[in-house]
Design a binder for this molecule. Structure first.
Ligand code: ZN
Length: 153
């Protein structure tokens, strides 16, 4: 069973069906069973396999050499607070922001509403985020804290 503390599997180096390598620019579809078993396919092979569990689509980005953008800073901050108990609310807000900005891909068909899963397409890492109830005045504080961290990060 996939739980908050499960070791989440990374994307494989190649397609599970015909072993086409995943390289920058590759599009892929990954699936995760409720038991936490992950399979990654190229989009072509995905059409041929049986679908089960969560699945999501992604594209491996080409590496950039320009200075960090605001979204990349947000992603760096997200990673730095991932796993910190007292930062769960900021993590939840950042995950939603990064999903809107297409930095993170949310897994579809979540049967477990108490946990959200996101993938970082660039590295194939998975992150679990617990949904948080956040009061409006609290959201303002947390938002301010995030902005501060991005400005100085
Ligand atoms: Zn394939």
């Amino acid at each position: 069973m996939l739980t908050k503390n499960s070791q989440l599997p990374r994307r494989a180096k190649c397609c599970a069906l015909k072993e086409e390598p995943f390289v920058p620019g590759s599009e892929y579809v990954s699936s995760l069973t409720p038991e936490g078993e992950r399979s990654d396919y190229c989009v072509h092979c995905w059409k041929e396999v049986e679908k089960e569990g969560f699945y999501w689509k992604g594209k491996i980005p080409h590496r950039k050499v320009e200075p960090l953008t605001h979204d990349e800073k947000a992603l760096t901050y997200f990673r730095s607070i991932y796993g910190e108990k007292e930062k769960q609310k900021a993590l939840f807000i950042l995950a939603q922001y990064l999903e809107r900005k297409r930095q993170l891909v949310k897994l579809t068909d979540a049967k477990n509403p108490h946990m959200l899963f996101y993938e970082l397409p660039e590295s194939g890492e998975l992150f679990s985020v617990e949904p948080q109830a956040i009061a409006p005045e609290e959201a303002e504080d947390i938002g301010g804290e995030i902005v501060d961290n991005l400005a100085h990060g």
